[in-house]
Design a protein around this ligand. Structure first.
Ligand SMILES: [Zn+2]
Length: 185
């Protein structure tokens, strides 16, 4: 989110490459890469929701703030088969030109808006419920690290873009997901 004295801009940033198709009906983003087709949530309907929520938020605080939305792709090597219809799509550094193209006005207390947004955006304090204490387990007895989805060995070794199991010699790119889920539990 960019806050200026004239407007707020919400950027929905997608780190995607390959061929991209922005569909409206049903709202979906299709990404085709190396013969794989993956469907994502539509960035346009995401932006619709963010803009709606933010305008309600400003209304509640008696603030009149023009809100803009755009979809941003940091990588310029994506191939756009069908562009989005409702919001501008900004590739790479085009985001800078887009910001320059927005009205230059001094109509909102941008500092106050920023403080208000930050204040309401604070994450709830994390309740770290220690299961080790609950179950009477000495944390030193816990094997730490990423578990191998193939053989269960801990820890896997981090290589470039993947995890490697020194026991069964297999690789798994998503092996950390389970460790993160365990952590949040
Ligand atoms: Zn293994």
């Amino acid at each position: 989110m960019v806050i200026s004295p004239g407007w707020c801009l919400i950027l929905e940033v997608k780190n995607l490459t390959g061929e991209l198709i922005f569909n409206n009906n049903p709202p979906q983003l299709i990404c085709i890469k190396e013969e794989n087709k993956i469907a994502y949530r539509s960035p346009e309907s995401q932006l619709d929701q963010y803009l709606f929520g933010l305008s309600k938020f400003f209304e509640q605080h008696q603030l009149k703030v023009p809100i803009h939305g755009a979809i941003s792709l940091p990588f310029t090597n994506a191939i756009i088969k069908t562009p989005p219809s409702k919001y501008p799509l900004l590739l790479g550094r085009a985001v800078i030109n887009h910001i320059w193209s927005l009205p230059k006005k001094d109509i909102i207390p941008s500092k106050q808006v920023a403080d208000l947004v930050l204040q309401h955006n604070a994450a709830p304090s994390w309740n770290q419920f220690p299961l080790s204490r609950y179950y009477g387990i000495d944390p030193a007895d816990i094997q730490r690290g990423v578990e191998c989805p193939h053989c269960g060995a801990i820890p896997m070794k981090r290589l470039k873009r993947t995890w490697f199991c020194e026991k069964c010699k297999k690789r798994h790119m998503q092996a950390h997901v389970k460790a993160l889920k365990d952590y949040y539990m």
